[in-house]
Design a protein around this ligand. Sequence first.
Ligand SMILES: NC(=O)c1ccc[n+]([C@@H]2O[C@H](COP(=O)([O-])OP(=O)(O)OC[C@H]3O[C@@H](n4cnc5c(N)ncnc54)[C@H](O)[C@@H]3O)[C@@H](O)[C@H]2O)c1
Ligand SMILES: Nc1nc(=O)c(N)c(NC[C@H](O)[C@H](O)[C@H](O)COP(=O)(O)O)[nH]1
Length: 280
Amino acid sequence: MSRDALEFSQSDRGFLEPHLPPQAVSAPASDLPFTTLTFATSLDSSLALSPGARTVLSGPQSKAMTHYLRSRHDGILIGVGTAVADDPGLNCRIAGVGGYGQEGLSGQPRPVVIDPTGRWEFSEDSKLFQLCREGRGLAPWIITAVENPSSQKQALLDKYGGRFMTSKMLRTHTGGHQVDWRTLFETLKSNGLESVMVEGGGQIINSLLSPQYMPLLDSVIVTIAPTWLGQGGVVVSPARRFDEGGNAMSAARLKNVKWYPFGEDVVLCGQVIVADAQKA
Ligand SMILES: NC(=O)c1ccc[n+]([C@@H]2O[C@H](COP(=O)([O-])OP(=O)(O)OC[C@H]3O[C@@H](n4cnc5c(N)ncnc54)[C@H](O)[C@@H]3O)[C@@H](O)[C@H]2O)c1
Ligand SMILES: Nc1nc(=O)c(N)c(NC[C@H](O)[C@H](O)[C@H](O)COP(=O)(O)O)[nH]1
């Protein structure tokens, strides 16, 4: 068994099962993948000390939980801010998956990176491609608005079995890009991803927690670490909502909530409450 493989107990798996994509029973036909929003946060709702900083929040048990979640999803989606800040591996290191005690790549999720302008300068040295070489992870699919991405990057993706997927994106009033999440998730499903976990970062999560897109989320699993990162961090805080009378209301709330302690952290599982008017 690989020395860096992580263990996650059967009893802990049992707790999480109701919040995960269905395993054996065939789910009703849908154009959408089962989508889980999952991230680790501080007590002041920060994901990281600053946008460019890789910040460890999860303790060993909840880190193993995140890797178990990775084994239970076909895809793992992040924004380019996270790719640039973290040089992430985005593979699954649970004992018994491909590359960690088993031949092949079974149980390894497909990394999906949202990079509208092609600013992720990845290379052979990026952790993700190192893992591909070691037979411990899949190459990424990069969702971009760039019509002709760099041929050097294209060649690297071709070499490891990744790809660019060009998607039309709207521009926001601040000059940013806005992917149509429904179309994107449908595309991921039609390319074979039956389930997707979204890991962050802040901009991606805040976007998905807008009224238009939150109906796309099937499950929410949040690790809360007993620490305050302080002001200036990358914060999960979706845009404020107002009712018909113009009064401020909460942006989103969970139902069917369960809390599980994992070491010093607590893991919150639930489903976003969606009003009838939000259902497409
Ligand atoms: N604690 C955790 O669980 C966790 C998880 C992920 C990332 N992080 C941290 O979060 C930080 C990065 O977060 P961030 O908010 O700066 O970056 P991000 O990962 O959310 O990426 C932001 C970029 O993604 C693209 N993007 C985001 N939303 C989009 C949308 N709706 N449509 C089209 N493109 C979109 C844009 O190019 C944007 O610049 C890093 O420090 C990372 O370490 C922490
Ligand atoms: N669950 C969780 N706890 C954390 O404390 C933390 N910082 C992240 N961050 C998620 C983000 O997506 C990171 O980029 C990947 O966690 C890096 O992934 P690797 O370990 O390199 O595979 N996620």
